[in-house]
Write a protein that binds this ligand. Sequence first.
Ligand code: 5AD
Length: 323
Amino acid sequence: MKLDRAGLTGLLQADDAAFAPVFERAGEVCRAQFGDTVRIRALLEFSNHCKRRCRYCGLNCANTALPRFRLTPDDMVHTALEAARCGYQTIVLQSGEDPFFTPDLLASIVGRIKRAAPGLAVTLSCGEFPAEAYRRFRDAGCDRYLLKHETADPDLYAALHPDSSLEERVGCLRAIKAAGLEAGGGFMVGLPGQTAQTIADDLLLLQSIPCDMAGIGPFLPHPDTPLGAEQPGSASLTLRAVALARLLLPQANLPVTTALGVLDPQAAGRVYEGGGNVVMRKVTPPHLRKLYQIYPASFPETTIEEGRRALEQSLRARGKIPV
Ligand code: 5AD
C-alpha cells in the first residue's frame, strides 16, 4: 500500500471491497496506539461573532440572520472549571474570529483557567493570529491550538475564503508548532470543486506539518451561506479519509467530528473502528448551543454532567473505554 499522492487518490476512489482491508488496518494501528480508549474533550463555544466571510460557514459575518452571542471571561472560566469538576481533562475554547477577544484577553483567560485547574489541558481554536500571539498563548499555559486548513487546493481555498490564502493558513499552523503548542489541523470532505486528489493533498499536508491532531468532517451546506444549495459531503468518503490519516499519522488524535455525527450518526460510530480515537462534547451554555451554527444542526440542551454521562454510556456500549 503506497501512501503517496497517487496511492492515496487511488484508495479514495477504490471500490468498497478494495478499501475494506485499509479500513481494518487503520483500526489495528489505532488499537496498537490507544487500545480501546477514546479521549473525550469538552468544547466551549464562547463567541459566534466572526469577521470572516468563509463561504461555507454559517458564522460568516455576512449572515445577518444569525443572532450573535459572546460569553464573558468570567463565564468562560466558570464553565471550564465546571467541565473539570465533571471529569473532563481537556477543554477546547472555540470561537469565530472575534476581534473583541484580543490575544491579551485570550491569554489572560487561559492563565486564569490554568491557575484554577492546573491539570486541565486547554486548547484554543479561534482562528488566525500573528506568530507572536501563539507564543503568548503558550506562555499563558495553553497546550494546543486547533486551526483546520480546510482544503489543500490553493485555488479552492482562495475561492472559499475571501481575502485570505492557503499559504497564510499553513504559515499559522507552522507558527503554532514553532511556538511549542500541539497543532490540530483538518479539512472538510465534499467541498464543491474538491477532487480525490485534493483529499490526497489534504492528507499529505497534515503529515507535512505534522499535525498532532486532525479533524476531518463532511461539508454540510448551510442555507444562509453562498454554498447553501450545494450537496453535502459523503460519509463513507469521510470514513476513508480518517482511516488514511491514521495510517499516515499513527500517533495523532483523530476525532469523530460533530459534522459526521450530524450527517450520519451510524457512520460516526464506525470511525472508532477505522482510526478515530477522540470525541468532543459541547459544554457551551445549553440555550446558546443552537446559535453556534457553523452548519444546521440541533444539539441536546443537557447539563455538562448529564452530557458527559450520556457520552460515557454510549462509548461503553460500543466496548470503548472513555478517558
Ligand atoms: N460544513 C462542515 N464543516 C464546517 N465547518 C465550517 N463550516 C462548515 C460546514 N458548512 C468546519 C470548518 C471549521 C470548523 C470550525 O467547522 O472545518 O474549521
